[in-house]
Every structure is written in C-alpha cells, then in structure tokens.
Design a protein around this ligand. Structure first.
Ligand SMILES: Cc1cc2nc3c(=O)[nH]c(=O)nc-3n(C[C@H](O)[C@H](O)[C@H](O)COP(=O)(O)OP(=O)(O)OC[C@H]3O[C@@H](n4cnc5c(N)ncnc54)[C@H](O)[C@@H]3O)c2cc1C
Length: 138
C-alpha cells in the first residue's frame, strides 16, 4: 500500500495504490494493483482510456521512482465506480448509536454515530465503542 501524490494540475488523481496480489496472499507474480481515486468527478468526465492513461502515467512516475522495477505492460484493467461509497456528512445528520436494544447485539461501522465523517478513524472509534458497550452490558 502506498500513498500517491495527487496533482490535479496534471490530472494525476490517484491517492493510494494497493498491491492486491500481495495483500491477498496471491503469488507475487499475480501483479494486481488497485488505485483509489476519491472525489472522482473530474476523472469520470474524461474518456475512460484517457483517464486510465493519466493514472498509469502517475503510477509509473511515482511507483517506479528509484526503488521499484519499471511497471510491465498492463494486461487488463477495470474500473469500479462507487457512487454511494460513503454517506454525505451533512450538519444535523441523524446516525444510529452502537446499541440496539439487545444487550448482546451492537452495531459497528463508520456510519454509526461516531462524531466523525466516514473515515477509517470513525470506523475504529465505532468498533471500540461497540466493544465497550458489549463489555458494559455484561
Ligand atoms: C474510494 C474510497 C476512498 C477512501 N479513502 C479514505 C481515506 O483516504 N481515509 C479514510 O480515513 N477513509 C477513507 N475512506 C473511507 C473508509 O474506507 C471507510 O470509512 C471505512 O473503510 C469504513 O470501515 P467500516 O469497517 O465501517 O466498513 P467497511 O470497511 O466497508 O467494512 C464493511 C465490511 O462488511 C462487509 N459486508 C458488507 N455486507 C456484508 C454481508 N451482508 N455479509 C458479510 N460481510 C458484509 C464488506 O464486504 C466489508 O468488508 C474511503 C472510502 C472509499 C470508498
């Protein structure tokens, strides 16, 4: 997993790259990379091939700068577009607590009432609050 340097002036919209082959324990030669583009409106307005070429240009520049071997030719690619990936954190948005009314069933997830927007920190906080509520319920 590596953070990418986003540069909107060059349409280098990637923020993260994940080596899925390694993370999923597949053979290193599997070579499956996933690039994350949040707030992808401008990337999605470009023709798919142009957007992909720009992301690969960013990847080539940043991933292979120095330590890594050059990227091989890309054999296949796919886009996954999640239009409702996270909730919209509007002021006053009602979000559920961790408790459910059942002492043995708690909710955890970034969408619960964590005080944070939909983030990893919110998800961790929610998990901790759910575990504490479960322990407190005996
Ligand atoms: C493109 C993108 C970029 C993001 N970038 C950032 C970032 O840079 N920084 C940041 O802090 N946050 C970021 N986030 C938000 C962050 O990923 C989420 O807030 C966080 O992952 C939420 O964690 P969670 O455990 O609540 O839910 P999830 O991580 O969504 O986990 C829920 C799990 O439940 C599984 N599941 C769902 N339904 C079922 C079912 N019926 N049965 C079994 N399993 C099920 C899902 O497969 C998933 O594995 C990003 C999100 C997206 C989509």
């Amino acid at each position: 997993m590596m953070m990418l340097r986003e540069d909107t002036t060059r349409s280098h919209d990637g923020q993260w790259v994940f080596d899925r082959g390694t993370l999923l324990g597949l053979e290193p030669a599997h070579g499956e990379l996933a690039i994350v583009v949040s707030c992808a409106d401008s990337a999605l307005q470009r023709p798919r091939q142009a957007a992909e070429d720009l992301l690969l240009e960013q990847l080539r520049e940043q991933l292979t700068a120095g330590r890594h071997a050059p990227l091989p030719k890309i054999a296949a690619s796919a886009w996954i577009v999640e239009k409702r990936a996270t909730f919209l954190a509007r002021p006053g948005l009602a979000r559920p607590p961790n408790t459910t009314g059942s002492p043995k069933l708690m909710l955890a997830g970034d969408w619960t009432d964590t005080g944070y927007p939909a983030t990893l920190e919110g998800a961790v906080r929610s998990g901790k609050l759910a575990a504490q509520a479960l322990i407190a319920s005996g």
